[in-house]
Design a protein around this ligand. Sequence first.
Ligand code: NA7
Length: 867
Amino acid sequence: MTSDRQNLVHYDAVVVGAGFSGLYMLHRLRDAGYSVRVYEAAPDIGGTWYFNRYPGARCDIESIYYNYTFSEELLNEWTWSSKYAEQHEILRYIHFVADKLNLREDIQLNTKVTSARYDEKSQKWEIELENSSKIIAKYFITGVGALSASNIPNIKGIDSFQGDFYHTGEWPQKKVDFKNKRVGIIGTGSSGIQAIPVIAQEAGHLTVFQRTPQYSSPAHNKPLDSETIRKTKENFKKIRQEMYASMHGIPSAARTRSTVQDSPEERQRVYEEAWQEGGLFSLLYTYSDIPITPEANKTVAEFVRSKIKKIVHDPETAEKLMPEHYYGMKRPILNTNYFETYNRQNVSLVDLRSTPIKEITKTGVRTTEQEYELDILVFATGFDALTGPLLKLNIEGKDGITLKNKWANGVRTYLGISTAGFPNMFMITGPQSPSVLSNVIVSIEQHVDWIMDCLEYLNKHNADTIEANPEFEQMWSQQCQAIADMTLLSKTDSWYMGANIEGKRREFLAFAGGVGPYRQICDDVAAKSYEGFTILSDSQKVETDGNEKIMNRDANLDPQAKFVLEQLKVLGVPPMETLSPQEARSWTSNFSLLAGAPEKVEHVINRTIDGNIPVRIYIPDGDGPFPALVYYHGGGWVIGDLDIVDVPCRRIANQANCVVVSVDYRLAPEHKFPAAIEDAYTAVKWVATYADSIQVDSNRIAVGGDSAGGNLATVVSMMARDKGGPSIVQQVLLYPVTNHGFDTKSYVENADGYFLTRPTMIWFWNHYLRDEQDGINPYASPLLADDLSHLPPALVITAGFDPLRDEGEAYAERLKTAGVPVETTRYDSMIHGFCWMPGAIEQGKRAIDQVASTLKRTFETVRTETL
Ligand code: NA7
């Protein structure tokens, strides 16, 4: 700390807030030798856990995971008493940490920060406190929490109420006496659902004013047994790694099954097990498609509704408590005796959807139906989440732009940690970070550690300022929205969407890709010299974005595709060419999540044809005969199976109203060229010969495939032409392999980093071909064929970020020259394989729909011609 002539106090860093974030930030900064001051508005430390001391307040993350993980000493010296810790125990823990690390001396309590302004001349932050004093700091770091700006709705007459009035997020220190009182509570989110059963036990009468009924499952809270405590302490390093790599900051296994893979009875069993287990995300984790498809979500929603119906005795009250929104897309809620509380005589429920509040009067709450007289009114109405606490700080960045103005048309951050135009400002658990979707302490520690590494980097490079680049924050913000759009999160009114605050802009305010992938992304940014930031020293640019050339190119990469690549990195998928074919095949199962949920097709039949070729036949609803698509999966002739293309095959069958026969041809190196094409050709002949048995019209058969499967489809088209049939009406070639060569422009540009790499393609070919000579055989490299005339019309789809892009397009050109009708589409921002990733990449779905509509058109035309 220093003082200048005007007696302004200078610090290296000012931190706002003395909750979990501020305390750890202080510890790290001080340890690294920075001068730092923490300002806290409350009379004591604790943040959220200082203010949210309403009856029943407890954490919804298991206590064994809800503590700092940076210090083994802290971990060993603290023991939680129950599975879910109560507010006062968590506050005690916070005090224990502060004392242990001797943090209090650098924290100024009862001190509200009223504004913070960046002075471009001095490159310092001027922070103003409530008592009008001004502090100067190089770094301005907010640790204000995401849920600290209470929302008290603007209800008519609110100031006239003469009874006692409380908000759960600003609960008084003294015990509130509910005994024999007429109590009203507005709000049934996490806070309301925790408070209601406890208040009901004491109150004379409790009236619950409910706007939106909620899903909630029992916490099954219990004292922690010594065995759990011992095991947790012993294995903490491993547990910590699992927390860091997880989706929500608690150890969890990745979900791979989808709801349609289980019978309703089995699903019921799975849900019951999760219900009995009682964790915050237990039900959400049961099936991979619950957060993605309405149909899947409905199955779990219905399960919880059936539970509510069973618990609540009065059918009318139970009906009022039935939630209708998507399950788990608002923050899940754990409860202890919440629904049971409505069986008490002294509790009544007012459904504000049918009888909204008209006003608050001197003596109570008046709805459109009647007035409820109350002695105490509790607002459990939540918070202006994520942006609210930051905007309350009145932050002004460069060029006099306030944060409020900057975000008026949409929140823009880079990584949720910084925002362009506000140099040297860092947000711990800011909007567009995963914090509110996670065990927040995991997010806090990761942010603080990342910020510290960044400050050390700046120090080492004698840098004065660091600032996010607008184009990177644009990309980040789009990515946050895109991820939410892949799920039902952005289709649900919640505080994640800003939907709980009147007039607040609707946008998804968090990063929903998981804390593990997020950590990886942040680490990558740091490893690339803080890519996406501008770092300056004495007004000289000392560091630019990592590798600008690559980044500019990556800027054209679809955010969802980029996200998939990042997820794969996090999954630790090794380069294919370093694996044995068997190992490579077992990795393929990791990709199933990218496909999304399979849709229902009327009949799905697995069978073996011609003695030894397994196929999966999808027959749509309705009366046949149907046209057919014989489909070959990709995987470089070495990997891949029927499952990997199950989702797109189903979609094509439904959309194009055709039978799809997906073929499990023999794979290399066990079966080298030409085994795969023999099976592929056999399959199409079989479909033509036995068309009637699978409701197929033998005059309308198409072939198609992706990647190596696209290669097989072109070759089968040639074979059918050369060997007397069957007649094929369309070939669908999705980023097909067409040549045994590795030197096109797209091979060079996309050699590495976009899913399919050049070394992997070389590895595939080496396994597939018997010798070099096979490589120039047109049945392996159709691009080398002398004659491509009289082949079926082709749909050729390519991807911009794909080594195979140019050979696919070259083949399309050669077909055109040979007089074959060709429709070509390049999906510029896409990566190889995107068509079987429709669950993760919207454009994959679009491409599949394009395939279906082209097929439909062709099938219609052929039918008309035949007629
Ligand atoms: P929440 O989850 O935002 O819940 C607030 C509740 O208050 C919710 O039921 C709201 O209904 C209700 N509410 C808000 N405004 C009104 C008005 N004007 N009239 C009637 N009812 C209203 O806040 P919590 O404090 O319970 O939990 C916040 C987080 O803290 C939680 O997710 C955990 O992470 C910890 P709505 O659903 O908006 O219709």
